[in-house]
Design a protein around this ligand. Structure first.
Ligand code: FAD
Length: 543
């Protein structure tokens, strides 16, 4: 059934009417989700829940629901799930120091999660449940259901905006609509941040500790005793794989400091261990200072590498912005709106699109509404050749930059932004494959997989949806390669067959070089596939 009201408004409206019990209850519950894995720093719903628990003089309990079915439905990658569990285990330990239990429920059937959560609240005689909003439509509907069930039981329900710096709905067009174009959105976004409304950049306080007595109460004691599972879908990553993206707060703060303050190395392969890159620094400026000029270099280590932490909510987007804010003379602080901050705004923008166009062309399919697509450009006749898709996924296309990107994705679960764009555009425009196949594949591989950003990135490359790249902009993989990887370090690292190649041949190896080194010949001729894409975008009926 399709709701008449947008799912986000419905949730906020329903939550407004849910009142907490008047009679005494015995706890307040914070429901931590996959995107807000922070127990101390700057978690809005957690802070609110803690303040409520303190005022009512009852223990605070943290709940996490693991749902294998949900992870499959969202194409969550093993790396992202593993990263979640590793962070949860740390969070459980750190909360215990404050006598706050973290309890995980593993629920195989997604549909029954609301029931399970409400039974848990009843069991704990909870005054209220608090959570940060997840903007995906299924999640909004689930939470609306929970609100209604909580209301029937006299349990309060509070859902807070936390994922974005500026929450969806806070900046709107003159017609009070969600922005569909990034540039004006970003201007309004910056304006509101600098309008001294403390809410957007507030640093939400840490939770208060529970009384030690909580350990003596059987109902709560058992919650401390339940461990966080080490695996939910039967896979386990090896230690080497885990080291590529460590879960500790110490690592995270090193990564942030390294980006903001440490001097940048002149050349460093970005796709390899991000922390090793901090070891030697030779250039004069910090990474953020050279970000504008060098962020498109896949062969350098110039971007922040914070996306896995931001996607999991291990760090808040607010605190990333705060960390960049210079003091002005009178002590007031301003967001400078530099290039890196604009990328954080892109992240917010895509969440706004997700929340604001629940059944619009941009995200209709990602929502699984099954209503068909209303964007005519998406009706292009495709050339889905299964063997080409497989070659793209495994990095065997014969286009070195695409192959390096796809192999990097497989090996690291992370990919530089420019390389994501090159790989995505190659799939949709050179191979004429449905962008949703690529979107799903990225989600299944990325440690930072996020529906809003991934869908937004894919639709940009596919020239569908809102504010996307014009259809006639078709990357030439060879030219892109020499711009994104001028040293060739990125390709040589991930495509070992080409390690001995120097100069322009690396970006476009001749047939004889490819054959000699055992590297595949190109699976398409770019000029021909470019011409085909142009023809079909102009006239979907053309060959
Ligand atoms: P930085 O350049 O340091 O940027 C800082 C932060 O800003 C990032 O961590 C990220 O949170 C945000 N950001 C940067 N660029 C973008 C962007 N274009 N769109 C939205 N947010 C951005 N990002 C994800 O977090 N998850 C995804 O699933 C995802 N899928 C993508 C798929 C495609 C096809 C494309 C083209 C881009 C995708 N991105 C995604 C955006 C971007 O590639 C990554 O956020 C970025 O590469 C992460 O590296 P970083 O942390 O060093 O970024």
């Amino acid at each position: 059934a399709v709701d008449s009201e947008p799912p986000l408004s419905l949730l906020l409206e329903t939550a407004k009417n849910v009142k907490s019990k008047v009679k005494a209850g015995s706890s307040v519950v914070f429901w931590m989700r996959m995107g807000d894995l922070r127990s101390f720093a700057d978690n809005r719903a957690l802070s609110l829940a803690s303040a409520h628990a303190k005022k009512a003089d009852v223990p605070l309990v943290v709940l996490f629901v693991l749902s294998p079915q949900d992870y499959k439905a969202h194409d969550r990658s093993p790396r992202r799930i593993d990263f979640t569990l590793r962070n949860l285990a740390l969070i459980k330990m750190s909360l215990e120091e404050k006598h706050i239990p973290l309890h995980t429920i593993t629920e195989p059937t997604r549909r029954v999660i609301p029931q399970k959560v409400v039974s848990f609240l009843e069991h704990l005689d909870a005054l209220a449940i608090y959570a940060n909003i997840e903007y995906e439509v299924d999640e909004l509907r689930r939470d609306t259901q929970i609100c209604k069930a909580a209301q029937a039981k006299g349990i309060g329900a509070v859902f807070a905006h936390d994922k974005c710096v500026v929450e969806p709905g806070a900046v709107l067009t003159k017609e009070s609509k969600t922005y569909a174009v990034y540039t004006p959105y970003q201007k309004s976004w910056l304006k509101i941040l600098n309008s001294n409304i403390p809410h957007f950049l507030e640093n939400c306080p840490e939770p208060h500790p529970n009384s030690e007595l909580v350990h003596t109460m059987p109902k709560f004691k058992v919650l401390f005793d339940t461990p966080v599972p080490e695996s939910v879908l039967g896979f386990e990553l090896d230690a080497a794989d885990r080291r590529k993206m460590e879960e500790s707060q110490v690592t995270l703060s090193k990564i942030l400091q390294r980006f903001l303050h440490t001097k940048s190395r002149s050349s460093q392969l970005s796709a390899v261990d991000p922390l090793a890159a901090g070891a030697v620094d030779s250039a004069k400026q910090s990474r953020i200072a050279v970000y504008d000029a060098e962020r498109d270099r896949a062969d350098k280590d110039t971007t922040s590498r914070l996306s896995p932490y931001l996607a999991a909510g291990v760090i808040s987007a607010r605190s990333c912005v705060r960390a960049t804010m210079p003091d002005t003379q009178n002590g007031a602080k301003r967001v400078d709106g530099g290039r890196w901050i604009q990328e954080i705004a892109w992240r917010d923008f895509y969440v706004c699109i997700l929340a604001g166009y629940p059944r619009g062309p941009a995200l209709e399919d990602a929502y699984g509404e099954g209503q068909g697509r209303s964007n005519p450009k998406a009706e292009l006749p495709l050339a889905t050749v299964e063997s080409n898709i497989e070659k793209w996924k495994t990095g065997q296309t014969g286009f070195p930059i695409v192959d390096a990107g796809m192999r990097c994705l497989n090996e690291m679960g992370y990919l530089h932004n420019r390389a994501r764009m090159i790989c995505a555009m190659f799939l949709v425009k050179d191979l004429m494959v449905d962008w949703r196949i690529g979107e799903k594949h990225f989600m299944e591989k990325l440690i930072d997989g996020d529906l809003a950003s991934n869908n937004g990135g894919w639709q940009w490359c596919a020239s569908t949806g809102v504010d996307s790249c014009p259809y006639f902009r078709i990357f030439n993989p060879h030219n892109q390669s020499s711009k994104a990887d001028p040293t060739g370090d990125f390709i040589r690292h991930f495509v070992p067959e080409l390690r001995s190649v120097r100069g322009p041949d690396l970006h476009n190896p001749s047939a004889s070089v490819a054959d000699k080194l055992g590297y595949p010949r190109p699976i398409v001729k770019h000029e021909e596939s470019r011409a085909r894409a142009m023809r079909r975008f102009k006239d979907p009926g053309s060959p």
